[in-house]
Design a protein around this ligand. Structure first.
Ligand code: AMP
Length: 209
């Protein structure tokens, strides 16, 4: 099961990926998470990526392609993987096809989460992430039950101004990736405005079709 979760920032890719990893026991590969880890560790790559990420811009294709190529070679990807936040440009999608070809693999399905821009802004500005568990919450729509408010933090790039920039980048550079996969007949759209559990169910139905 080699799948791509596709959608604008805040469409719910990370939240849904976490549900799918539990169900199918395959890893979530989030380039955003990998980059944030590099920033936390203050590696040279992290320091280079930070400025771009904080401003809502994309990190270079070469960097993320290299990260994904290395990650896909780890043993836990054998049974499949869920890509979250990658590919984000057509050049990344092309590079991914080449990488997978080397391993005799291919992307089977691309699940596109549809959410309106207004909803995206509301979701991202209310998004909080647990410092302890990495779980994603929303202060209004999905507040934590078992975790304390003080254990939650807001991502540096989850403010309104940066979200507007990220949406612009998404529309310009990332949306064309969907056309790339449509040509390969791999795209399945899901209404990302539904309740979390309903979206998960819709995705599972598509994956098991
Ligand atoms: P995300 O956590 O997926 O929202 O990603 C956060 C930020 O990390 C993005 O706004 C980009 O700056 C950077 N990033 C994550 N994935 C990619 C990618 N595939 N290509 C380029 N930049 C990325």
């Amino acid at each position: 099961m080699n799948i791509v979760l596709f959608g604008a920032p805040g469409a719910g890719k990370g939240t849904q990926a976490k549900e799918l990893t539990k169900k199918y026991e395959i890893p979530q590969i989030s380039t955003g998470d990998i980059l944030r880890e590099a920033i936390a560790k203050k590696t040279p790559l992290g320091l280079e990526a930070k400025k771009l990420m904080d401003g809502g811009n994309l990190v270079s294709d070469d960097i993320v392609n290299g990260l994904v190529e290395a990650r896909l070679q780890e043993a836990d990807c054998e049974k499949g993987f869920i890509l979250d936040g990658f590919p984000r440009t057509v050049a990344q999608a092309e590079a991914l096809d080449k990488i997978l070809e080397k391993f005799n693999k291919k992307i089977e399905k691309v699940i596109a989460l549809d959410v309106s821009d207004d909803e995206i802004i509301e979701r991202i500005t209310g998004r909080r992430v647990s410092k302890k568990t990495g779980k994603i919450y929303h202060i209004k729509y999905n507040p934590p039950v078992d975790e304390k408010e003080e254990d939650l933090e807001q991502r540096v790039d989850d403010n309104k101004e940066t979200v507007m920039k990220r949406l612009e980048v998404y529309n310009k550079q990332t949306a064309p990736v969907l056309e790339y996969y449509k040509k390969q007949n791999k795209v399945y759209s899901v209404d990302g405005a539904k309740k979390l559990e309903e979206i998960t169910k819709d995705i599972i139905d598509i994956l098991e079709k």
